[in-house]
Design a protein around this ligand. Structure first.
Ligand code: ING
Ligand code: ZN
Length: 332
């Protein structure tokens, strides 16, 4: 195209096209966009993100930052599309967001699980996990290895780990319903915390920047929910009411755009208790105060197969919600 990239937000894009768009942004807007490779996936694809910053504040200090990741679960394509839409708004319309960018930096990782994302395009559209193989090298009995081998051959489901059960906070505590220690299960937590290069790369980058990150957002789908920690327990963090009230403002701003309703509450209540999710880790270990998992459209009509015609409306409403609270969190 004449733009030097192929992003349209009218269809879902492959990982290569998304990376090309990030590269385009860094090349075209070098003063405000930094392209960062935080690590490599199991299949050795580079895991790329961008940092958007108009520079240090007037006192020469780094600005408070907002972190957004998406595409942790392979089949949840809408999250990655929304993440690149937000990057597009902040960078290509930076003059409209001058005040916001005066007061905040943004770290955007559109595809946290590139191997899974690609496999959901080429192999199994409903793939969720990473693409690693731990079943083979586990200290299982030869019998279990044999069973695993044939289960895998029959079902092809034993590869990979659920990245959103692989983070190192209360990891592996919940082993029922919401998480599993069975490699062939959709919510397999992995052989140990951060067994996946994808979750390790993300966590390392966040830890290295944790003093600046004021809000951690992770985009998932589907069900239209704005989830507040904790996931691993039914009890609430001591600052739950602050997190809840901030989230209420996001949900209010979302509904103003097209009237879309997002349910608000703790993930353990609204969905199911789980352990090893990234939001719990971001709060419990990285110490970031405002931490949310956002479950995007829809409520199940199309589910994971959300039509591409809903990318822009979904992105517009979520961006309204995010920028509203980003201003409050960073004091813009
Ligand atoms: N949902 C999230 C999942 O990882 C979630 C919901 C997030 C539960 C955080 C607990 C903690 O299962 C999807 N759709 O992935
Ligand atoms: Zn998900």
């Amino acid at each position: 195209s004449t733009h030097g990239h192929s992003m349209t937000w009218k269809r879902y894009h492959r990982y290569g096209e998304i990376v090309k768009y990030l590269e385009y942004l860094a090349l075209r807007y070098p003063k405000i966009v930094e392209l960062i490779t935080i690590g490599h996936s199991y299949e050795e694809q580079p895991i790329k993100m961008i940092k958007i910053s108009t520079g240090p504040n007037k006192k020469g200090k780094a600005k408070p930052a907002i972190w957004i990741d998406a595409g942790m679960h392979a089949r949840e394509w809408i999250g990655s599309a929304v993440a690149t839409y937000i990057a597009n708004q902040l960078v290509e319309k930076n003059t409209s967001y001058a005040k916001l960018l005066d007061n905040s930096d943004w770290m955007i990782l559109p595809v946290a699980n590139p191997d899974g994302y690609e496999f959901s395009h080429t192999g199994d559209r409903l793939w969720r996990k990473t693409r690693s193989n731990h079943a083979e090298n586990q200290e299982n009995s030869r019998f279990l290895q044999l069973v695993n081998h044939y289960t895998k051959w029959l079902w092809g489901k034993c590869e990979g780990v659920d990245p959103n059960r692989n983070f190192g906070y209360h990891w592996g505590e919940v082993d029922e319903g919401g998480a599993s220690l069975d490699p062939c299960h959709e919510t397999y937590a992995g052989p140990r915390p951060f067994s996946e290069p994808e979750t390790k790369a993300m966590a390392d980058y966040i830890l290295a920047n944790k003093q600046n990150i004021k809000m951690y957002l992770t985009l998932h789908s589907y069900s239209q929910m704005w989830l507040v920690p904790w996931g691993y327990t039914y009890s609430k963090p001591s600052d739950y009411s602050e997190l809840f009230n901030m989230a209420k403002k996001a949900v209010g701003a979302i509904s103003k755009v097209h009237g879309t309703d997002y349910e608000l509450g703790p993930s353990s209540d609204l969905l199911y208790p789980t352990s090893g999710a990234s939001d719990d880790w971001a709060k419990g270990v990285a110490g970031i105060k405002y931490v949310y998992t956002v479950e995007l459209r829809d409520r199940g009509t199309y589910g994971f197969l959300l039509p591409a015609s809903q990318i822009v409306p979904t992105a517009r409403e979520i961006w309204a919600g995010i920028r509203t609270i980003a201003r409050l969190v960073t004091g813009s």
